[in-house]
Design a protein around this ligand. Structure first.
Ligand code: NAD
Length: 483
């Protein structure tokens, strides 16, 4: 038993409400035990939330504020999260499974988005277009209106913060549909909106089934823009719904991202990249380094080092892992764990060598040992399909062209990396890799300031950085004929 509140409501039109679809039981993936109940929204709840957002938008009560005022409130939401960091992190660990220190990083990361985009609110400006002496012409960057945001379970707080902060800073009113597996933590986003005094309707946060509330939101007539982070099949369904209503849509989908490791790479340093790249959040990261493509001359050494990193991680309940270090928590659910486990079995059948890990822990909870597979070929399912778990696939190459072909040889293209001391090689690779972000000599180099998003089936549109702001505004041109 925990001291977590037994029941969590949705937040619609500035009020805490039950759900028309009843309640959902949220489980602790580290024990498999029920944690709390979450109100479950139906289509009518979604309609109320969209109507509240639209009413606020049409009133100008949010979009009409001076941007610096909006920006200050957005920043204050981030500070509110930081003020409650310990409490939020604990809840996040209990519902998602990650170690407590990782949950603290996620809360800080969410707060950082509110800081960054709050700061940007007053930088969104149009331009003057010269049309000669008889006209004055200028552009205005207007918010779309109602922004619908559909969130995945792996980083529930950070993913919400990422889109919500930019959407609010640019003057949109938002409806957030939280994930069924990890809905509780996002209650804190609604609390933050309430605490800093956002007008009612600016932020609505509700959980509901994807097939019901998610579908109702993405097909709603009065939604003006959609942000979706999640799997490819759901992304296609949402893009189809957006097309039916002719509204723009941002898709942040999965990945099968690769690090190319050349013969001159610093493998000591690369151990840190392995640790963060594939075992952070138990590998449930869209931009995980799920493939390493290493020069054949260093393959054996790299596999040994990777196995050492994997074996060095202490795996168990996140709540018992408060300190930054060599540890890993549960996966989000037993079905997710079993799916990853089945993919490892299939890889062995396909001819990959299981170097370490690949077994469920002999205890309750959704645990999978940190896993390394060697001798993986580019056409195996394990090299093509996203595992979304702590499973590293090691492939090898002979020459640069083969390395690039392997790295680019999946339908995805989210991020990629190249590890070498040779600047020419790194620069060539950066140009040739088909990915939205390329890391040179450090996986996850970058931050909230650097644009992120996919090529290919990893999606379209960019989050993070200045680029993300342009997803949330539309250009209006005003041409004035002088008398
Ligand atoms: P998912 O697609 O199953 O669900 C994501 C969200 O969509 C959930 O809130 C779900 O309720 C909702 N949903 C499901 N069906 C829907 C429908 N028909 N209409 C509207 N909404 C619907 O994904 P998931 O399992 O929660 O997350 C894992 C996936 O997300 C992985 O593939 C991962 O790579 C991807 N992901 C990508 C990023 C990124 O930024 N690129 C970040 C995190 C996760």
């Amino acid at each position: 038993m925990t001291d977590i509140a037994p029941y969590w409501q949705n937040y619609v039109d500035g009020a805490w409400v039950d759900g028309g679809a009843g309640r959902l039981t949220v489980e602790d993936p580290a024990t498999g035990e029920p944690l709390a109940e979450q109100a479950l929204a139906d289509a009518a709840d979604v309609d109320r939330a969209v109507t509240a957002a639209r009413t606020l938008h049409l009133s100008g009560g949010w979009s009409g504020l001076r941007p610096v005022e909006r920006g200050r409130m957005v920043q204050a939401m981030g500070r509110y999260l930081l003020d409650h960091q310990a409490e939020i992190a604990r809840l996040l660990t209990l519902e998602q499974g990650k170690p407590l220190w990782e949950a603290e990083i996620e809360v800080a990361g969410a707060a950082r988005y509110f800081e960054y985009y709050g700061n940007q609110a007053e930088t969104v400006e149009g331009r003057q277009v010269p049309l000669g002496a008889d006209y004055v012409d200028f552009t205005v960057m207007e918010p779309f209106g109602v922004s619908a945001q559909i969130i995945p379970w792996n980083y529930p707080l950070e993913m919400t913060a990422r889109s919500l902060s930019a959407a609010l800073a640019t003057g949109n009113a938002c409806v957030v549909k939280t994930p069924e597996l990890t809905p509780l933590t996002n209650t804190w986003i609604a609390r933050a909106a309430e605490a800093v005094g956002l007008p009612r309707g600016a932020v609505n946060v509700l959980c509901g089934l994807g097939s019901e509330a998610g579908a109702a939101l993405s097909t709603h007539d009065h939604v003006n823009q959609i942000v979706f982070t999640g799997s490819v099949p759901t992304g296609i369904a949402i893009a189809t719904a957006a097309a039916q209503n002719v509204v723009p849509c941002i898709l942040e989908l999965g990945g099968k991202s690769a690090a190319i490791v050349h013969d001159d790479a610093d493998l000591d340093a690369f151990e840190t990249d392995l640790r963060w790249g594939i075992y952070f959040n138990a590998g449930q990261v869209c931009s995980a380094m799920s493939r390493v493509i290493v020069h054949e001359s260093r393959a054996e050494e790299l596999v040994e080092r990777a196995a050492g990193v994997a074996r060095g991680l202490s795996v168990g309940p996140g709540i018992e892992r408060p300190d930054y270090g060599a540890n890993m928590g549960a996966m989000v659910s037993e079905p997710q764990r079993d799916r990853a486990d089945a993919m490892v079995r299939q890889a062995e059948t396909d001819g990959a060598r299981l170097v370490t890990g690949g077994r469920k822990l002999n205890r309750p909870g959704a645990f999978l040992e940190p896993t390394v597979l060697a001798g993986v070929a580019g056409d195996m399912a394990i090299a093509q399909e996203e595992v979304f778990g702590p499973v590293l696939s090691v492939l090898s190459f002979r020459d640069e062209a083969e390395a690039i072909a392997l790295a680019n040889g999946t339908p995805y293209g989210l991020v990629a990396g190249v590890f070498t001391r040779d600047l020419d090689r790194a620069t060539r690779a950066a140009a040739q890799l088909r990915a939205g972000q390329v890391f040179v000599n450090e996986w996850y180099a970058g931050g909230v300031e650097t644009p992120f998003g996919g090529f290919g089936k990893s999606g379209y549109g960019r989050e993070k950085g200045r680029e993300a702001l342009w997803n949330y505004v539309q250009t209006k041109n005003v041409a004035i004929r002088l008398g």
